[in-house]
Design a protein around this ligand. Structure first.
Ligand code: SF4
Ligand code: MG
Length: 456
């Protein structure tokens, strides 16, 4: 069985002497904030060993100028965390800093271990103790167990034999930084250079934002080390058939990022064009559900020659505010986040385009408010197939019991949402948009789990 606790997020790492690495990491986390808003942390290694500042909330909420000024050193790793399944405790925020006989290490982990419970039992039996139920804590325990007589990279290699799951992680010791991507490459991680220094990041948009150059993606199963000598690819764990999470292109990643050679915005526009060819509707206006529906809506409108407009206005100050709105009426909470422009939708046949449809409750509210503002017809177009299977790799919103498409036919979902028509892009359509049928995980659409069949 998979552990459904979340371990999603964004990671960044930098090795740079003579640079304020804490500040650079802090800015990089702002560029990765879309990957998680429930926790943030930065660990810095310098003359005083490893120091860390972390907490719950967004980057802006967690760090003060004073905190950052106290983080001095020449190496840093930073993390933002996503936790839609519930807010983690502060002890679950990352990076995790631990001390063992070889000194201190800081680790940040993005992904999900499907055999976490089994590995914990083994470690418990051998005397390990745990404060949390996180994959990160399991990893540092395993590393400590294996590092006795070998290098950190060799210990990580041994850990990779034991752990089953998907991950991108960085580990910082007192003298080097290590980046690892799982053998399937399910989670993104790339390498860049900023003013001659090496960095690692979940997404290339971070490197661009910092004025650096993208170098390449970390290969599936690759362990890269950054130290005083520069960057070296230490060893390659036998790689499997690549299975990058398709939802990176559909939803998670920022449009200006390039993942495994594909620009996210171009992929979304291509998905919209495929959707137009597969499911053309007669409409007067195409409206995206912001923000992740924008690319596919543009592609859809363009391919059909229908006008496109931002008919739903997103409240920029409500990001990551599910906690604050939890007690609110659901319809008010949706309207606070997305409000239709009456003048645009009045009397129109509206085609609403969204990246995906998971629970369907927000889509239902959106369809209702657009109709209330006078739309004559409301068509709902989804730029990916029905999500019918749970994600076993840590994408917490995709739990079996919450998936509208798992329990309903398309017609039943259409009635639930209350729209005049509902269409989904086919999986073949996504493959055409991405230019390849291989290289991706699509398990939540087709039930084929690439990593260990989804089993521990
Ligand atoms: Fe991504 Fe879906 Fe695969 Fe989970 S099952 S890793 S959400 S593509
Ligand atoms: Mg987990």
């Amino acid at each position: 069985m998979c552990d459904e606790r979340l371990n999603e997020g964004g990671i960044f790492a930098i090795y740079a002497r003579g640079t304020d690495v804490a500040k650079v990491t802090y800015f990089s986390l702002y560029a990765l904030q879309h990957r998680g808003q429930t926790g943030a942390g930065i660990a810095v290694a310098g003359p005083d060993g490893i120091r860390c500042q972390k907490g719950l909330g967004t980057v802006g909420e967690v760090f003060t100028e004073t905190d950052l000024n106290q983080l001095n050193g020449h190496m840093a790793i930073g993390h933002v965390q996503r936790g839609e399944g519930g807010v983690p405790g502060p002890e679950e925020a990352q990076p995790l800093v631990c001390r063992f006989y070889k000194g201190a290490i800081a680790l940040e982990y993005n992904g999900n271990l499907i055999n976490l419970s089994k590995l914990r039992e083994d470690l418990f039996a051998n005397g390990s103790i745990f404060h949390t139920y996180t994959d990160a804590e399991l990893m540092v325990n395993l590393i400590a167990r294996y590092s006795r007589s070998v290098t950190l990279e060799e210990a990580l290699m041994k850990c990779m034999v034991d752990i089953k799951g998907v991950y991108a992680m960085t580990v910082m010791s007192e003298d080097k930084l290590i980046g690892v991507r799982d053998p399937y490459g399910n989670r993104p991680l790339c390498i860049g250079r900023i003013e001659g220094n090496w960095v690692l990041a979940s997404e290339s948009c971070t490197i661009g934002m910092l004025g650096g150059t993208f170098v390449r993606d970390v290969a599936p199963g690759e362990i890269v080390t950054i130290d005083e000598q520069g960057l070296h690819s230490v060893m390659i764990f036998p790689r499997k058939k690549s299975a990058l999470c398709m939802f990176e292109y559909i939803y998670f990643a920022r449009p200006d990022s390039v993942l495994d050679g594909i620009n996210v915005m171009s992929a979304r526009k291509a998905m919209g064009r495929e959707l137009a060819w597969e499911c053309p509707v007669e409409a007067d206006l195409v409206i995206p559900v912001p923000d992740s529906g924008i690319g596919s809506a543009l592609g859809y409108a363009d391919a059909l020659g229908i006008s496109y407009n931002m008919g739903l206005i997103k409240n920029r100050y409500m990001d990551g505010s599910d906690v604050k709105t939890r007690e609110m009426r659901r319809d008010l909470s949706v309207r606070l986040k997305l409000n239709p422009v009456t003048r645009l939708v009045e009397g129109k046949r509206v085609a609403l385009v969204d990246d995906s449809l998971i629970k369907g409750t927000t889509s239902r509210m959106i369809a209702r408010v657009v109709r209330e503002k006078g739309a004559r017809e409301v068509h709902f177009l989804t730029a990916c197939p029905p999500v019918r299977y749970p994600c076993k790799y840590g994408v917490g919103t995709f739990r079996g019991d919450e998936l509208t498409a798992a329990a309903r036919t398309v017609e039943e979902t259409r009635r639930f949402i209350g729209c005049d028509s509902l269409y989904y892009l086919s999986l073949e359509g996504i493959y055409r948009a991405l230019g390849s049928e291989s290289g991706f995980c699509a398990a939540c659409f087709d039930g084929v789990y690439p990593v260990n069949g989804g089993e521990a």
